[in-house]
Design a protein around this ligand. Structure first.
Ligand code: LLP
Length: 462
């Protein structure tokens, strides 16, 4: 099925997976929103909007968010996982417009901080349809969430169970909770590692008995209503084998709680992590196939255990917003750098960088890009797109073929930057974080404006 082709090294200066394109002007459709195309002049259009026209108004760098693509992906998960609750993971990217689209498409919303909760509430999301995550929620944050009527709080530590029970008691209410467990499965792309124990900050380990202890602790409080277990195994996963192993371990605990403690938990959350295509290496599965396989795993395991299938939920973030956004930059300088053995690399510097996309530096992530403002007849050159920050690791796209005549003033667009791009953006080097411009049916609308120098100085009180 789907997968991630192992790079397996480099040929000369380029990774083996990267092939020189037959037409360097052409888009690779799998990496772009369905609405994206180039016209005869090589101008990129997204959502019916010309990208050069768009940035003529808002400048670069800018995130372009295809509303139709976002909604279509939300719908695809909602429809494929029918009978489940689908929580959009706001950590991937959240603003009030997106929170409204999520609600309009019938999805629930996963927040993992007080700030994300603020955005969700400001957008008018029904608090009952919000799940609240985090490994270190303060009493104040919990109080606010309970007071707001958040539908479920995913507890992550023994201290938090006590803290939350107190808060709910003080507010005279019963709070629905899920217990975040770790199943000893760590999944990343096509590989997963199944171990007996894990060394990380999230959740309660099943194998050590901590998860069962947490369940007992929640059950001991009248102010808490234990809805179920929650298991998130990783990110950018293409294969359901990790869910298979985790599902078996989590459902064994679920069944044990019913048989030994007499409490049938009505729900189970399987987390997010569904992969997307950043480059031609990635071949993500359709939501319908994921739904079919995950449902088969859970129903099969429940049948084997002789228990009813709980009400299921998932939390996709990246797979909904990632491919719906691209980043547009202006090229400032181009430099040819001689490498060993007579090879050379073209360094294309753009007007953003690690402040709007930290993923390349942080995770060694691969991206792709295209010349977005014109067509070129120049032969392709192997290029590296770098930012303008004071750091040599400030790389946006490690390897891509771009037209050999690329130069100052050209626009370069990087697809699939919607997840963990703007949401992980920083003010490093006092960069102004870029705007997010939503496009749909030929209309462009700024949903997050560019920061200004006044924004930068607002917190600097001398
Ligand atoms: N649910 C929980 C409990 C999570 O921790 C996460 C992601 C998700 C859902 C959504 O995962 P997604 O479907 O978006 O993969 N900054 C990293 C990813 C961190 C993911 C953290 N948790 C990156 O840029 O790859």
């Amino acid at each position: 099925m789907s997968g991630h082709v192992s790079p397996g090294g480099f040929t000369g200066t380029s990774p083996v997976w990267l092939r020189e394109p037959e037409d360097v002007n052409a888009l690779v459709p799998a990496l772009w929103p369905a609405s994206a195309s180039k016209d005869d002049d090589g101008v990129l259009h997204v959502g019916g909007v010309s990208v050069p026209d768009l940035v003529a108004n808002v400048n670069t760098p800018a995130f372009v968010l295809d509303e139709g693509e976002f909604r279509a992906r939300a719908q695809a998960f909602r429809d494929a996982f029918s009978g489940y609750d689908v929580y959009y993971a706001g950590k991937a990217f959240l603003c009030t417009a997106v929170a409204r689209w999520v609600a309009e498409e019938g999805l629930c919303l996963d927040v993992c901080s007080n700030g994300e909760l603020t955005v969700a509430l400001r957008a008018g999301v029904d608090p009952a349809r919000i799940g609240y995550h985090g490994n270190n929620k303060t009493a104040m944050e919990l109080r606010r969430a309970v007071h707001a009527g958040v539908g479920r709080i995913i507890v992550d530590s023994f201290q938090e169970v006590e803290r939350l029970a107190d808060v709910a008691r003080q507010l005279g209410t019963t709070q629905a909770v899920m217990v975040r467990v770790t199943a000893g499965v760590e999944a990343h792309t096509h590989e997963f590692i199944a171990t007996a124990h894990e060394d990380q900050k999230f959740g309660f380990s099943i194998s050590s008995g901590a998860a069962l202890e947490a369940v007992q602790m929640v059950l001991a409080h009248d102010s808490l209503d234990l809805r179920g277990l929650h298991s998130h195994i990783g990110s950018q996963i293409f294969d359901t084998s990790g869910w298979e192993v985790a599902g078996r371990r989590v459902l064994a605990l679920h069944a044990h709680v019913a048989s030994e403690l007499g409490h049938v938990m009505p729900e189970l959350d399987l987390g997010g992590g569904f992969g997307i295509a950043y480059t031609t290496q990635d071949d993500p599965a359709e939501p319908s196939l994921l739904a079919e396989q995950i449902t088969r795993i859970v129903t099969g395991e429940c049948a084997a255990l002789g228990i009813d299938v709980p009400h299921l939920s998932i939390e996709p973030g990246r797979a909904i917003v990632g491919p719906a956004m691209c980043t547009v930059y202006t090229v400032g300088t181009v430099k040819e750098v001689e490498l060993d053995a007579g090879a050379s690399r073209t360094y294309v510097s753009v007007d953003g960088g690690m402040s709007d996309n930290i993923r390349t530096a942080l995770y060694d992530a691969d991206y792709s890009c295209t010349l977005a403002s014109r067509a070129s007849t120049a032969p392709p050159v192997l290029a590296r797109v770098v930012g303008k920050h004071c750091e040599s690791g400030d790389i946006v796209v490690k390897d891509e073929f771009l037209p050999g005549d690329i130069g100052p003033g050209d626009l370069v667009a990087v697809p699939a930057t919607g997840a963990y791009g703007r949401s992980m953006a920083s003010n490093y080097n006092h960069a102004l974080r870029p705007p997010v411009v939503a496009v749909r049916d030929g209309q462009a609308r700024v949903v997050v404006r560019r920061e200004t120098e006044d924004d930068l100085l607002a917190t600097d009180i001398g």
